[in-house]
Design a protein around this ligand. Structure first.
Ligand SMILES: Nc1ncnc2c1ncn2[C@@H]1O[C@H](COP(=O)(O)OP(=O)(O)OP(=O)(O)O)[C@@H](O)[C@H]1O
Ligand SMILES: O=C(O)c1ccc[n+]([C@@H]2O[C@H](COP(=O)([O-])O)[C@@H](O)[C@H]2O)c1
Length: 203
């Protein structure tokens, strides 16, 4: 138990991502941050309209949402929120944080989890000053990317080292398209969901 528990403050992690598909890199990142920051829970938030991704490549939101539900179902501290997929327009993290805060109430401390690659682009996101006021940002290491925070306000971001998972959603999609396996890169249920819905097949 930490000091915040005594005051009734709930520590909630937010793992935002396009999750097309969700893979073990996402799950390890969330689990490691939950452990390091004594989080009560982590809410996975699939994007609605990820405006910085190439839209042609993004699968329907309901497929990405369901894969996220399947991947997180076995962990009692992992949850999935529809706030970003149910909101119209481009997905901005400042809106995600406002919506989650409204749902959880003022006695909540929010921790937004992000990989090293996303952190490099974070100053191009919308309303970053407000974003940094709404949550503490936790950046995790990712193979192939340098984790640095010298361009960001010192007290807004923490960095942690997580076990290296050289997995990306892009690589998973490419593998499925080439008829190569994604077993053990993504949870078993997600492998089966991809096959059932014929996701990432070229024809
Ligand atoms: N292997 C990984 N290790 C650590 N963090 C990761 C890893 N993969 C993704 N992340 C982080 O998870 C968040 C969501 O990532 P996203 O859903 O875009 O997956 P992705 O693998 O980067 O996708 P894509 O290859 O389609 O760009 C981002 O903050 C990203 O930096
Ligand atoms: O707020 C923004 O402008 C913004 C711009 C790009 C990405 N994000 C968020 O960063 C998270 C990871 O995004 P992505 O595109 O790497 O899957 C996800 O929660 C996005 O909503 C947020």
């Amino acid at each position: 138990m930490n000091a915040d528990d005594d005051l009734g403050v709930r520590r909630v992690g937010i793992m935002g991502g396009t999750f097309d598909p969700i893979h073990h890199g996402h799950l390890v990142a969330a689990s490691e941050v939950a452990d390091n920051f004594a989080l009560d829970e982590v809410v996975f938030v699939p994007t609605g309209n990820p405006w910085q991704k190439d839209r042609r490549e993004v699968s329907p939101a309901e497929d990405r949402y369901l894969m996220t539900v399947i991947a997180t179902a076995s962990n009692p501290r992992f949850h999935v929120s529809r706030v970003d997929i149910d909101r119209e327009g481009p997905t901005y993290t400042v809106d995600t944080l406002r919506d989650i805060r409204a749902m959880y109430g003022p006695k909540t401390q929010l921790f937004f989890i992000t990989g090293a690659d996303a952190l490099q682009r974070i100053l191009s996101w919308k309303d970053t000053d407000q974003m940094f006021e709404l949550a503490h940002f936790v950046a995790v290491t990712r193979p192939g990317f340098t984790l640095r925070t010298d361009h960001l306000p010192a007290d807004a971001v923490s960095m942690i080292q997580v076990p290296a998972m050289a997995i990306s959603s892009t690589d998973c999609r490419t593998r499925v398209a080439a008829d190569k396996p994604v077993w053990y890169l993504v949870p078993d249920g997600v492998v089966q969901y991809i096959a059932k819905r014929h996701l990432y097949r070229v024809a």
